[in-house]
Write a protein that binds this ligand. Structure first.
Ligand SMILES: C[S@@+](CC[C@H](N)C(=O)[O-])C[C@H]1O[C@@H](n2cnc3c(N)ncnc32)[C@H](O)[C@@H]1O
Length: 338
């Protein structure tokens, strides 16, 4: 029943977000009649929604026939980035409404349109106002959801021995901004598509960070990466691209690093066979709808890293692998650089 009813759970969640129920109930528990007045919905169908949300842990029954936030509702009420993710998940829901048609034509839907770079090798080409708008929209979504990933990375890796960090596919530069705050001696290089880096530069200027950063607009598919960093970070980037692009990117990263330099790769990864994690189903379908990327196991990514010349590759343990897993790869002395 849970598997069959998964789509109902998603729609109950979306309805609660769209009706602002989490924000309303963050102010305190409320009765059905009050919620009907605040949402403008008739009490009877709203009651079904509240009971459904209660059944899946989003809401909770409280004394005096009131509804309050449940254990899963609290984070949704607290994090705007989660609400943005839930809203944009609707694109995947629509894309998969006819699941068999979706499999034969996955890139015709809303999700592929949302991520303009994920199904082309020349992501910088389109240009024009609507392209810039789309770039700003996905960059804002990524920045809004990045704090979960950032927290995992900062808890699991010690940056104190590094001098200069190159963040490849840096988005709006939020990860760099957080790390800069934590490690005041670090300097940074950022690589992303030109319109994305324009946003990053503006945000960094507002935070007084620009003097510690250099910006390198371009495509990591076509252009060499800047040299000078002893650590390169790749956060939620590889899974957006096919093997050919990722292998090429790993080569470029290896070439850009000095001997002894490190790559830190952070993104959700697949469970190796024969283990299972239901969240993998979500990512497999999401990445198919989005473009040519895929969810890879840590072993597969490690093999690709070794194939690009990295000598030592290690999976770091971390508390919330649903947000990201972490691979560290070192460029050893004496190994070929390409
Ligand atoms: C899923 S986002 C992740 C952004 C950020 N690292 C984060 O975790 O929030 C992937 C990023 O890679 C950038 N990107 C995609 N293709 C690229 C390319 N060929 N060259 C440079 N950047 C690219 C996108 O513009 C986007 O900012």
């Amino acid at each position: 029943m849970d598997v069959m009813g998964g789509f109902v759970h998603a729609q109950v969640l979306l309805a609660c977000v769209r009706l602002d129920l989490f924000a309303i109930l963050a102010g305190g528990p409320a009765r059905l009649e009050e919620l009907a007045a605040r949402t403008g919905l008739p009490a009877a169908p709203l009651h079904r929604l509240l009971l459904s949300a209660q059944a899946i842990g989003l809401l909770e029954h409280r004394s005096g026939h009131r509804f309050g936030l449940g254990p899963l509702g609290v984070p949704v009420a607290t994090h705007e980035g989660l609400r943005a993710m839930i809203e944009h998940n609707h694109l995947l829901y629509q894309d998969m409404a006819d699941p068999v048609a979706f499999l034969s034509n996955a890139w015709q839907g809303g999700m592929a349109n949302y991520w303009p770079y994920a199904h082309t090798d020349t992501p910088a080409a389109p240009g024009g106002a609507s392209h810039v708008d789309r770039v700003a929209r996905y960059s804002a979504l990524m920045a809004g959801s990045q704090n979960f990933v950032t927290a995992e990375i900062l808890r699991s890796y010690d940056f104190s021995s590094h001098r200069c960090v190159l963040d490849v596919g840096s988005g709006q530069g939020r990860w760099v901004a957080e790390l800069a705050q934590r490690e005041p001696a670090l300097r940074f290089q950022l690589v992303d598509l030109p319109p994305v880096l324009d946003i990053a530069r503006g945000r960094h200027a507002a935070l007084g960070l620009e003097s510690r950063c250099t910006y390198h607009p371009g495509s990591f598919i076509e252009d060499a990466l800047p040299k000078g960093a002893d650590l390169i970070t790749l956060v939620r980037v590889a899974h957006d691209h096919p093997d050919r692009v990722v292998q090429g990117l790993f080569h470029r990263i290896h070439q850009a690093l000095p001997v002894g330099g490190t790559l830190l790769l952070a993104e959700p990864m697949a469970q190796p066979e024969p283990n299972r994690a239901s969240v993998d189903a979500y990512f497999h379908c999401y990445l198919l709808a989005m473009g040519a990327g895929e969810l890879r196991t840590p072993d597969r990514l490690s093999a690709m890293l070794r194939g690009s010349g990295f000598g030592h590759v290690e999976l770091l343990p971390n508390g919330m692998p649903i947000h990201t897993r972490l691979l560290v790869a070192r460029k050893n002395q004496g190994l070929p650089s390409s």
